[in-house]
Design a binder for this molecule. Structure first.
Ligand code: FAD
Length: 392
């Protein structure tokens, strides 16, 4: 039996997969390479996904979305990457609204969710990471201080992706000073900020960061920036919990994106190993070329199984922290193995931009670092799953 004849167990949501593939087929590698050259945002691709309803997958029907389970959203993102496209902007539009959906007031949900589902409101920026505190999120320094009907925000975010291309941003800021709270995670609040005042001199400035991949990422500066109280989501001081609430979903979605990228790499590597003839035979005849691809495939399949289990637990309303975290870790490592194996299989041609290997290779390295680094996942497993002592 060849790899083409093996039907992956449970090719779930086949119609969804087929529709996503059809859209992606209209956005070939040259489209993504062109965007990267200009450091541009994939407007046409995102418009197409939104008008087809894919990015409103997780928004309940009563707010204009399609109310699909997380597993369906994961399948959409997986297929985008498996087709050679880039899911990150779609992921953001699909997922960042989760905090608003779970913790926003009815008025906020009615105001924003239908627009997000329809794509008329882009909520694709998520401001958590700061330059001086990094993974130690609860120590972040951006302050939001109450002043009558407003909050005054001061501070800086870094790596806030898509802020230049987003209408709104979800912001995590400290509302009670760290030395006045019982627990480090208390005193942080979440705000839904309107970004239209960016770079107008009203205290909100956004500067692009030149980065290794085209992630439209930025630094965001707040200098006495005023936001209305109505922009706060949920209760003051509970923001960290609200963000944590959405972490499992995000881990599962990212893991599925990794699986998609991995599938793309393995397909490319397998085909090239069959086609490329050196020393009078296809290079894939050499076990030194064939076995790494086989191993990478095996590891990706294993990661996919954990992704599916994590999504199944999540959709069933069961505890899924361990599975969501290890799915993200294993899938990010499996996709990196697939990427590196594909690069080695292509040899020198991997460096030629037209084959897209080097672009995707750069893109998938990120998953071991963001949105959470592997060490932090291991710390979660060590401490929360296995009950070992905390190191920090
Ligand atoms: C392209 C890109 C896009 C991003 N987009 C966003 C975004 O949209 N919004 C946002 O808020 N953030 C975003 N991020 C930030 C991302 O979430 C962080 O980079 C990530 O969480 C790691 O934080 P850090 O870079 O500050 O690393 P640090 O926290 O400085 O860690 C550096 C290294 O030290 C390790 N380390 C740190 N502490 C420990 C410990 N106690 N034990 C063991 N190891 C440890 C980490 O694992 C890591 O390998 C993005 C980052 C990138 C690169």
């Amino acid at each position: 039996m060849t790899s083409e004849t093996v039907v992956p167990i449970g090719e779930d949501y086949p119609e969804l997969r087929e529709s996503v593939r059809k859209i992606c087929a209209r956005f070939p590698g040259t489209y993504w390479a062109g965007l990267e050259e200009k450091e541009a945002y994939p407007t046409e691709f995102i418009n197409e996904l939104t008008t087809s309803g894919f990015l409103g997958a997780l928004i309940p029907e009563e707010y204009g979305g399609s109310g699909l389970p997380l597993r369906a959203a994961a399948v959409i993102l997986e297929e985008i990457n498996a087709s050679g496209c880039v899911a990150s902007q779609g992921h953001a539009q699909m997922y960042i609204m989760g905090t608003l959906m779970r913790h926003g007031s009815e008025e906020q949900k009615r105001k924003y969710l239908p627009g997000i589902a329809a794509g008329t409101i882009r909520l694709q920026a998520f401001g958590v990471t700061e330059p001086t505190t990094g993974s130690d999120t609860t120590q972040l320094k951006t302050r939001a201080v109450r002043d009558g009907d407003e909050y005054i925000v001061n501070g800086q975010k870094v790596w806030t992706s898509r802020a230049m291309h987003s209408d709104m941003m979800l912001l995590l800021a400290r509302t009670t000073p760290a030395d006045q709270v019982k627990k480090r995670s208390d005193g942080l609040s979440v705000f839904l900020i309107d970004l239209k005042e960016k770079n107008t001199g009203k205290g909100l400035e956004i500067r692009p960061i030149k980065a290794m991949i085209n992630h439209n990422t930025t630094e965001v500066f707040f200098d006495n920036f005023r936001i209305p109280i109505s922009s706060r989501i949920g209760e003051e001081g509970k923001g960290f919990r609200y963000i944590l609430d959405g972490m499992n979903a995000e881990r599962i979605l990212v893991a599925s994106e990794c699986v998609g990228d991995g599938r793309w790499f393995i397909r490319k590597a397998t085909q090239y190993a069959k086609d490329r003839v050196v020393f009078g035979a296809p290079i894939g005849k050499n076990q030194a070329v064939q076995f790494p691809i086989a191993r990478a495939w095996a590891e990706l399949e294993a990661a996919d199984m954990i992704c599916r289990r994590a999504a199944a637990l999540f959709d069933d309303g069961k505890e899924c922290g361990a599975d969501a975290n290890i799915a993200k870790m294993l899938a990010s490592e499996a996709t990196w193995k697939a990427a590196d194996t594909c690069m080695q299989t292509y040899g020198g041609f991997a460096y030629a931009k037209e084959y897209e290997i080097e672009r995707k290779w750069r893109e998938v390295r990120l998953y071991q670092i963001a949105p959470i680094s592997t060490n932090l996942v291991l710390a979660y497993v060590g401490q929360h799953v296995l009950g070992m002592p905390r190191s920090y």
